[in-house]
Design a protein around this ligand. Structure first.
Ligand code: SAH
Length: 221
């Protein structure tokens, strides 16, 4: 059971949500505002309804169209890296999916640009976040490998699907000292955080994680 407040956040009375927060703390997530936000966000509204009873479990879950929402620890770790290392101005997210990560980014960044290649997921996430009163997100239906269509420099880029190589358009829109978060599958599936330092990338952290693949083109069925 949850009750919306004016900002579209909820006072989450789910005991499962507080167990999720206890687990995140035990796994080393420490940022108080992030933990509070995740405790209050209705994660069960972002997953396929047949799986809503598992929404606060430590597992990735279906969100429709064969895609998955990352498990809470992965979302928390990626966000904590951004909060630690990035300037919280403008962020580009590739892979809107359910909009859960987008919702969290929107809380901390001034402006979020998010791209999704599946029209159905793009529309659903946009409707969901607008109904929650989130108004600092620009949504694009398209192939995120092309970057954002208008020339805007990003403080951070976060890719939430596994690429075999990083598209140039995504690194070139990042400011100097900008933060890149993306999955890699060598030597094992994981998510990593890098800082752009001239033509070098300084690795700031990695964490084991599984992701759906980054795909080419769009799907509008
Ligand atoms: N951040 C999401 C995770 C979604 S899973 C969440 O919190 O729910 C990854 C998403 O990336 C999927 O929705 C998939 O359709 C999308 N995706 C894969 N390749 C893409 C591409 N080239 N451009 C944009 N989105 C892509």
């Amino acid at each position: 059971m949850s009750q919306y407040d004016l900002n579209g956040l909820v006072t989450n009375t789910e005991p499962k949500a507080s167990r999720m927060i206890d687990q995140l703390k035990a796994q080393g997530v420490t940022h108080p505002e992030l933990l509070e936000l995740m405790a209050n966000l209705p994660r069960h509204e972002f997953v396929e309804s047949a799986f809503s009873h598992l929404a606060y479990s430590a597992t990735p879950l279906p969100i429709g169209r064969n895609q998955t929402i990352s498990q809470p620890l992965t979302v928390a770790r990626m966000t904590e890296w951004l909060l630690t290392y990035a300037r919280l101005g403008r962020v580009l997210e590739v892979g809107t999916g359910s909009g859960y990560q987008t919702r969290i980014l929107a809380h901390f960044f001034n402006k979020v640009h998010t791209v999704e290649r599946q029209e159905w997921l793009h529309e659903l996430a946009k409707k969901r976040l607008l109904s929650m009163g989130v108004n600092n997100v620009e949504y694009l239906f398209g192939d995120g490998q092309a970057g954002w269509p208008h020339k805007v420099e990003m403080d951070a880029v976060i890719i939430t699907a596994m690429a075999s190589k990083i598209p140039l358009a995504l690194t070139s829109c990042l400011k100097e000292q900008g933060i890149l978060i993306m999955p890699i599958d060598h030597p094992s599936p994981q998510i990593g955080c890098w800082r752009k330092e001239g033509d070098r990338w300084k690795c700031l952290g990695t964490e084991s994680a599984h992701f759906v693949p980054l795909l080419e083109g769009i799907e509008n069925v």
